[in-house]
Write a protein that binds this ligand. Sequence first.
Ligand code: A3P
Length: 307
Amino acid sequence: YIGDGEADSQEVDSLIESLPKIPFLRKFHCYKYDGFWYRENHLRAVLSCKKHFRFQDSDILLTSFPKCGTTWLKSILYTIINRLRNPIGSEDHPLLTNSPHTLVRGFENDLYANNAIPDLSNMHAPRLFQLMHQLYHFVMRNHKDCFNSFWHFLNKLKSLEASTVSLDEFFDSFCSGRNAYGPFWDHVVRHWNVSLAMPGKLMFLSYEQIIEQPDHYVKKMAEFMGCPFSRVEEDEGVVSGIVKMCSFTHLSQLEANKSGRTKSGADHCAFFRQGEVGDSKNLLSSEMIKRIDQIAQNNFSPYGLKI
Ligand code: A3P
């Protein structure tokens, strides 16, 4: 599909000019669109995607706030839906030689970035994509661990020069929701509400749930996507094979995840840090914990979401 060039970009420029704007990391600006703060390049890509992308009924989208387990879920979902084509345990499984970010491409930071209009006609169904700002397989994470992981991630991305922003400053922006992709709170609540209204369309998961019962949730994800495991597959250990293959320990030591970069320039290795629950206690002071827990409580409890 070829877009209508000039007319497109003028429309987008004037829309962006009209939006509320805040600085982010002293290097970028974020614009508030449809309730959320976007970096300009992501917003341009989202607008282009909205215009050009055509959904198919069988499409599967994975969405999350950054640092909530996207890389992990990409590897799991990819492995589940492609297990007939690429059996678990095969020596040439694509996950052994590709970053999960190469196998499951994002709309904002990859496919539609930099004015690209991708040709998706060769993708076989079900197509699996990542979307950072909106709907269908949603993974959340404890707010403190998400913040902790986000902070460490930004400090790893030298290109962002995040080190020029203090922890306190970044914490304030995360809490108030005035940061890229934010507000975290609204992101979670919006998806939670959709999952209640349309349980068959959106599966709401948390990092902590999956860490605690990986086999159970891998089965749930397969059922949700309409490709449940057969008794024979279960007996043959396919579920535990997927859990093992997609585990932090396994993925983080593969060369494909130790080297190379995503399309948007992030080192693949930056997506693998510790992979544990509760590490935020090593970063946040007790005052910070009290404050962020209170904000989580205020935002989540009206909707029955536990913190
Ligand atoms: P930590 O920084 O707490 O270690 P995202 O993929 O959404 O960017 O999230 C990154 C977080 O998920 C990081 O958390 C990273 O270590 C963790 N992670 C990456 N791959 C994982 C895996 N296979 N299993 C569990 N956690 C994983």
